[in-house]
Write a protein that binds this ligand. Structure first.
Ligand SMILES: *[C@@H]1O[C@H](CO)[C@@H](O)[C@H](O)[C@H]1NC(C)=O
Ligand SMILES: *[C@@H]1O[C@H](CO)[C@@H](O)[C@H](O)[C@H]1NC(C)=O
Ligand SMILES: [Zn+2]
Length: 425
């Protein structure tokens, strides 16, 4: 067997035996811990990094956007036998660095490219988006299986909490652009059934559902925000319990989707425009729509680490600049609406001090130096995204009782007009 053979859990009997030991050990550990506290006082580290690590051991990071699947597609043609996640990888992501960074879970981004020329002016050109998305889902699941002692595929907030309690890395999937839907709500529903729990409404191109924010400047608007079909997409995602992700979208798309959504929303990997006037970054007025006050929508803004987003001077970006991003988003939304969406393996430069997945505790240490409490850190690290997902799950449970699947179609499609008679058998 190759060295990178699956790290399968070593059999039920062994697990049962382990559980037996644990049952015996619990009272012993409790007595020792109580004695320890009585004799030595509370043994919490006093340095910010030690404290960050100790807090994250209990409430680990759930990262909103990790590009490992597209990295593996580009580097290894999706062949999971060609590399070993158990050893140091050339990117930002591997299992040893996840563990060092106190990662408890993440969204595996199942992304396929978008280019205006692929889709054509009405987004009707045939493309491989759906095939390639299925391949990326397959890849993510293959890796979860191959390293099943580490990863646990999850689709619910509670599933993630349970996986983390077992010491596994909770593994969600998200698609990064509605161009991956093939202009079809049927495809959306099948992605949901395969376990996808967020969909970004656009990548860097406009699509049949919505306008994109582009990169530094937005592309010319096609719809002025959401298309009529895009509003149907928002409703159907609410009904399914798939989170609406507003990273990458145009300002008008974000505003309209936040207003239209009956469920909490997310931005899986975004920085604040306040620091750098890139259209890909979130403007203040969109941040101010997110919250639990009157007229606001609950949501979480997960901060992107990409230095080119964080500052017009990317070379200057270190841990402090990313902490500034977080503090700024908190100043506009509150501590319940911020998270971490590093974009690791999807960015070609990294902040000094946040070079890879092992470095999350350094960011938390910086926030502790700034006065963040243990509770606030827990919300940022993973609490907020799981609350938001759970909120969407609740809305979906209510909507599913009263609504069946949406029959809405993209009005420019002619192949689903019905009427039987357009062809001969
Ligand atoms: C930000 O950039 C946009 C172009 O994308 C421009 O219209 C706007 O005036 C700029 N805002 C500031 C404050 O520089
Ligand atoms: C965008 O709109 C401007 C102004 O209407 C126009 O000059 C430009 O050619 C358009 N760009 C594209 C790519 O369509
Ligand atoms: Zn992205």
């Amino acid at each position: 067997m190759p060295e990178n053979a699956p790290l399968l859990p070593s059999g039920l009997s062994e697990r049962r035996r382990a559980r037996g030991y644990i049952t015996l050990l619990v009272p012993v550990v409790l007595v020792l811990a109580t004695l320890g506290v009585l004799i030595f006082g509370k043994r919490e580290p006093t340095d910010p990094l030690g404290l960050a690590q100790s807090w994250l051991d209990h409430t680990p990071v759930v990262d909103g956007h990790i590009d490992l699947p597209i990295y593996v597609r580009e580097m290894y043609g999706n062949d999971v036998t060609k590399f070993d996640l158990g050893k140091k990888m050339s990117g930002h992501v591997d299992i040893p660095r996840m563990r060092a960074g106190r990662l408890g879970g993440f969204f595996w981004s199942v992304y396929t490219d978008c280019h205006e020329e692929i889709d054509g002016p009405d987004f009707l050109n045939p493309s491989h988006h759906v095939r390639d998305t299925l391949e990326q889902i397959d890849l993510a699941r293959n890796l979860m299986d191959r390293y099943s002692g580490t990863f646990e595929f999850v689709t619910t907030a509670q599933g993630a909490r349970d996986a983390m309690a077992r010491g596994r890395i909770a593994s969600f999937m998200g698609i990064e652009g509605a161009h991956q839907l093939g202009n079809s709500l049927g495809v959306l529903r099948q992605y949901y059934r395969l376990g996808v729990r967020y969909a970004t409404l656009t990548h860097s191109c406009n699509n049949a559902f919505a306008d994109s924010g582009g990169y530094d400047k937005p592309p010319n608007a096609t719809w002025g925000g959401l298309s009529p079909f895009g509003f149907e997409l928002v409703k159907e995602m609410n009904r399914l319990g798939m989170l609406i992700d507003l990273s990458h979208v145009s300002d008008n798309t974000a505003r309209q989707a936040i207003k239209a959504s009956k469920a909490p929303i997310m931005l899986s990997h975004s920085a604040a425009r306040h620091f750098n006037n890139f259209s890909r970054n979130v403007p203040d007025d969109v941040l101010e729509m997110i919250g639990r006050g009157k007229g606001q929508t609950d949501g979480v803004v997960m901060v992107n680490f990409f230095p080119s987003f964080a500052s017009p001077d990317p070379d200057s970006v270190g841990v402090a600049a990313i902490a500034d991003q977080i503090d700024y988003i908190v100043s506009k939304t509150g501590h319940h609406h911020v998270g971490i969406g590093s974009d690791f393996d999807g960015i070609d430069r990294v902040p000094k001090g946040l070079e890879d997945m092992s470095k999350y505790p350094y960011l938390i240490a910086e926030l502790i130096r700034r006065g963040w409490t243990r509770y606030q850190v827990a919300q940022l690290a993973g609490g907020n995204i799981l609350r938001v997902l759970e909120g969407a799950e609740g809305v979906a449970a209510r909507l599913k009782r009263v609504k069946g699947p949406s029959m809405a179609k993209y009005d420019k499609r002619r192949d689903l007009d019905g009427g039987w008679g357009g062809f001969e058998l």
